[in-house]
Design a binder for this molecule. Structure first.
Ligand code: AKG
Length: 353
């Protein structure tokens, strides 16, 4: 989760920090070359659920330390025995679309709110090559060819308009392409809104309902990790968007009142390394690959453990995103395809109370 302040003990000496540094993307210039290349990383200790699944299918055997969780799903679910959580390609496609179109819609908030206020229809603006323009007091909405429903420039100063709109001479005008805003989208929040500055849930903030289909999926996934007789209540979700070089520092999800309830965490798009540590940053984390469609259940002991994403893979060979990207085959879907080929999305669903 963003906004977690480094702890005093979070020096290079902690086991978690060491693992983050080990897997982080560093670029070096190879001898006789001027181009920077990703440095070699030893990935032999990263748990690979693709091979776990293959050996399970062939020999019904799990690697030491990993066992199968029997939770009535039509596909195997594995868990780490010492720190005790998949989606069809169509489901992945659906959630990528939702994450880029409906999840960032106001009243849900995103990281862009603080600068631009609520932004409506960002993805639509990307598809139509629009530009977000600061509508100053001297430039009327009508001159920019945009329609302001609010009629109050101070309350809503940024508007999407055509790329080639002409700004009247002498008017200074800030603008940013919708495509750049999408690249810079880092999070959106659904259901109860998380306040990053206060690091708590602000129940007074307006928000859109978490879609029923997402609630249903989360309930199904969480069921095996719920206290007996209780049903998971999805109250909030954080959607993280990662581009090349982005990481999510080691943190605890400690803002929910009841840690006996799991967090359901869905991975979409490019492959990533997930670090699952212990209750202290001093505990050496295990590293594992997360691919598109993987679901991590942060439950039981693992609910209280440090975790983070030190690296995502955006190069064609390692991203393993082609099956998903190729689902976006029509001309209208080109923007989805371009986005997901070099990005990762994580949707994590929480019961807050
Ligand atoms: O991106 C992920 O898989 C982990 C996300 C996460 O840890 C969080 O949002 O708290």
């Amino acid at each position: 989760m963003y906004g977690s302040t480094p702890q005093p003990s979070d020096s290079d000496r902690t086991a978690f920090r060491k693992a983050e540094k080990k897997y982080k993307l560093y670029k070096t210039t190879a001898p006789k070359s001027r181009r920077k290349q990703p440095s070699e990383v030893d990935l032999t200790e990263v748990y690979d659920f693709k091979s776990v699944l293959e050996s399970f299918k062939q020999e019904r055997k799990n690697p030491p330390g990993i066992s199968e969780l029997r939770c009535g799903l039509d596909r195997p679910v594995f868990c780490f025995e010492d720190r005790p959580g998949a989606l069809s390609i169509e489901e992945q496609c659906h959630w990528v679309r939702e994450s880029l179109t409906s999840f960032p819609q106001p009243s849900n908030r995103t990281n862009h709110n603080a600068i631009y206020g609520p932004i409506h229809d960002l993805f639509d603006a990307v598809q139509n090559k629009k530009v977000l323009v600061e509508v100053g007091s001297r430039i009327a909405d009508t001159e920019l060819g945009v329609h302001s429903s609010e009629g109050n420039l101070d309350a809503c100063r940024w508007k999407f308009c055509e790329e080639n709109v002409s700004i009247p001479k002498g008017d200074s005008c800030n603008s940013i392409a919708a495509s750049v805003l999408l690249r810079k989208l880092r999070w959106s929040t659904l259901g109860l809104q998380f306040d990053w500055s206060k690091r708590n849930y602000d129940v007074s903030l307006p928000h859109n309902k978490i879609p029923d289909t997402l609630c249903h999926l989360a309930k199904k996934m969480a069921a095996s990790a719920m206290p007996a007789g209780e049903e998971f209540q999805p109250e909030a979700a954080i959607v993280n968007y990662f581009g090349s070089g982005d990481m999510l520092g080691g943190h605890l999800d400690d803002m929910e009142a009841d840690w006996s309830k799991p967090i359901v965490s869905i991975s979409l798009g490019c492959k990533a390394i997930f670090l699952l540590g212990g209750k202290s940053r001093e505990d050496t984390p295990v590293a594992m690959f997360l691919r598109s469609g993987d679901i991590v259940l942060m439950a039981g002991q693992a609910r209280e453990c440090f975790h983070g994403i030190p690296r995502i893979f955006t190069d064609e060979e390692n991203a393993e995103v082609s099956p998903l990207a190729s689902q976006f085959s029509s001309h209208e879907d080109l923007c989805f395809k371009e986005y997901i080929r070099t990005s990762r999305i994580n949707i994590n669903i929480r019961q807050v109370h």
